[in-house]
Design a binder for this molecule. Structure first.
Ligand code: PGA
Length: 234
C-alpha cells in the first residue's frame, strides 16, 4: 500500500475539491490518498480522501496576522499539513529550523506533517545533493516525532519542470533518508518522492526501494490526471 498525496498549491476552489473527492470515492485502490489544499477549502468532507493543509504557523495563537495555527487546521477535520515545501523555502525564506518548529506544532495538534527536503539545481551541480538531503532531514524533522511524520524528497529543480532524477538518483536519496530517519529512531517513517510525478511515471517511481508513495503537484488537480497515479500501484 502506498501514500498518494496531492498538493494543490494556490489552485482550485471548494467546488473543484468536491468534484475531485466525489470522483475518488469509488476508485479501486487501497492506497492512502491525501489532498493538501488552500486553507479556504478546509472543512470540505473528503470521504475516503484525507484532507490536509500546505503550511501551518509555528505558533499556537496570538498576534501573527495572516498565520493559521495547526490547532485551527485540526479543528476543520484535516489530518495532514505539508511543511517546508520548496516554494515556502524559496519565497518565504523558511529554513530547516523554521520547518522543524512548524512540524513540531503540527504534531502537537495531533496532525501528521509531510516534511519536504530536497536540493536546488545549484546545490546539485555543486555535488551537495546528499549533504543537503541529510541535513534537511536531521534539522527539519523533530527528534521526538515518534514516527508521526511523513518525509517527502522533492528535488527542487525538478518541481513543475517536467524533469525527474534518474531511478538510481531517487534510490540513493531515499536510501539516505531512510537510513537517516532510522538513526534518529524514526525508522517507520514513510518517505514520498515528489516532483513531476504523472500517471506515466508513478508506478515506476513507486517501484524504487524506500519509495513509500508520491507527492503530486500539477497532476493532482484534475481527476483524469490524478486517478491514474492512484490506480497505477495496488
Ligand atoms: P509537481 O509539484 O508535481 O507539479 O512537480 C510537486 C510539488 O511541488 O509538490
Amino acid at each position: 500500500m502506498k501514500i498518494i498525496a496531492g498538493n494543490w498549491k494556490m489552485n482550485g476552489s471548494r467546488d473543484s475539491l468536491v468534484h475531485m473527492v466525489t470522483a475518488l470515492q469509488d476508485i479501486d485502490s487501497k492506497n492512502t490518498v491525501i489532498l493538501c489544499v488552500p486553507y479556504t477549502m478546509l472543512g470540505v468532507d473528503g470521504g475516503r480522501v484525507a484532507i490536509g493543509a500546505q503550511d501551518a504557523s509555528a505558533h499556537d495563537h496570538g498576534a501573527y496576522t495572516g498565520e493559521v495555527s495547526a490547532n485551527m487546521i485540526a479543528a476543520t477535520g484535516a489530518k495532514y499539513v505539508i511543511v517546508g515545501h520548496s516554494e515556502r523555502r524559496q519565497y518565504h525564506g523558511e529554513t530547516n529550523d523554521i520547518v522543524r518548529a512548524k512540524a513540531a506544532a503540527v504534531i502537537a495538534a495531533g496532525l501528521t506533517p509531510i516534511i519536504c527536503v530536497g536540493e536546488t539545481m545549484d546545490e546539485k551541480q555543486a555535488g551537495k545533493t546528499m549533504a543537503i538531503i541529510e541535513s534537511g532531514v536531521r534539522e527539519s524533522v523533530p527528534n521526538d516525532a515518534n514516527n508521526n511524520v511523513i518525509v517527502a524528497y522533492e528535488p527542487r529543480w525538478a518541481i513543475g519542470a517536467g524533469l525527474t532524477p534518474t531511478d538510481s538518483e531517487i534510490a540513493d536519496a531515499h536510501k539516505l533518508i531512510a537510513d537517516t530517519l532510522t538513526s534518529m529512531g524514526l525508522g517507520d517513517t514513510p518517505v514520498l518522492y515528489g516532483a513531476s510525478v504523472k500517471g506515466t511515471n508513478a508506478a515506476q517511481i513507486m517501484s524504487i526501494p524506500n519509495v513509500d508513495g508520491v507527492l503530486v503537484g500539477g497532476a493532482s488537480l484534475k481527476p483524469d490526471d490524478f486517478i491514474p497515479i492512484i490506480t497505477s500501484v495496488k
